[in-house]
Write a protein that binds this ligand. Structure first.
Ligand code: HBI
Ligand code: FE
Length: 306
């Protein structure tokens, strides 16, 4: 463990952190919260920071990332500096029709859903500071691009993102946005998949994190449970530490299929009920690995004292 604290910093949704002001510049946003990427205004120091972040992370990918991700990130050719969204959009257009749009940072839930439903993924324009290489409280371009964009080139995953966005208004009408956000969290941000070579990460919060990706795939501490839609919608998540539970899919096709079911009956059952704690394993679970629960405050305390 190289980090002094194992704070989770990757890809936290707006709904979970209203307590601090957003750092992006929202003064020039369009009505859909997009801005120009203004590619030419990135500094050499910022491109250099991207290269170092990229180099550290790409070295972990063959061991820990889903092979579909590895293949796609290589084809995007983004090792040498911050990517130009125009060039990337030309590549994505041919593969899945997805487009990326620059935003100052987190956008409101309804705006976010609308972008996804229309095959657009919002990518934060700014890159983290030198002092934040290991820990971030809001998604920056490294998390948003490195973590999220490669799988947008995979048709079944792109379709899943669109369906997720389309589910937004229904969730809002049912007061169930927090439940739908759990699905995003446990799949798009922190999902694991059974691949040819074993368990692999496909969630962006893992793919862009130097510390959590190995923990999620290899550690005996967290629970790993077979993906179940209702179980995920009913389960709280942690935003301040590595996850205590990861949900594992067998394939992206399974994920897509399982989330095509109507959500309204699930919302009707779950809204207003107390969620399962992030550390729980439950009677109906298909447990792939029961964590030894050596995590949380106790562990952080021990690391800090090391
Ligand atoms: N905005 N830019 C950005 N990126 C996100 O991942 C994001 C967001 N707004 C809301 C949000 N995520 C989540 O609350 C979604 O689950 C709705
Ligand atoms: Fe994210």
């Amino acid at each position: 463990m190289t980090e002094s604290k194992r704070t989770n910093g990757e890809g936290l949704p707006a709904s979970s952190r209203s307590s601090h002001p957003l750092r992006g510049d929202y003064s020039h946003i369009r009505p859909d919260y997009t801005i120009d990427q203004d590619f030419l205004s990135y500094t050499d120091a910022e491109h250099d920071r991207w290269r170092r972040l990229y180099g550290r992370q790409i070295a972990l990918m063959p061991r820990y990332a889903a092979p579909e991700f590895v293949e796609s990130i290589m084809s995007l050719d983004v090792a040498s500096g911050i990517p130009d969204f125009e060039r990337i959009n030309a590549l994505l257009r041919d593969k899945t029709g997805f487009q990326i749009v620059a935003v100052p940072g987190l956008v409101p839930d309804d705006v976010f859903f609308d972008h996804l439903a229309n095959r657009r993924f919002p990518v934060s324009r700014w890159i983290r500071e030198e002092s934040e290489l290991d820990y971030l409280v809001e998604p920056d371009i490294f998390h948003d691009f490195f973590g999220h964009v490669p799988l947008l080139a995979l048709p079944v995953f792109a379709d899943y993102m669109v369906e997720y966005g389309k589910a937004g208004p229904g969730a809002a009408a049912a007061n169930a946005v927090p439940l739908l956000s759990r699905l995003y969290w446990y799949t798009i941000e922190f999902g694991l998949i059974h691949s040819q070579g074993g368990l692999r990460a496909y969630g962006a919060g893992l793919l862009s994190s130097a510390g959590e990706i190995g923990y999620a795939v290899d550690s005996t501490e967290p629970n790993r449970i077979a993906f179940d839609l209702e179980r995920v919608l009913a389960t709280d998540y942690r935003i301040d530490d590595y996850q205590e539970t990861y949900f594992v899919i067998d394939s992206f096709e399974q994920l897509f299929r399982e989330t095509r079911k109507p959500f309204a009956p699930l919302y009707a059952r779950l809204v207003g009920r107390r969620p399962h704690p992030p550390s729980a394993t439950l009677p109906g679970d298909v447990v792939i690995q029961r964590g030894d629960h050596d995590c949380g405050l106790q562990r952080v305390g021990r690391v800090a004292a090391d």
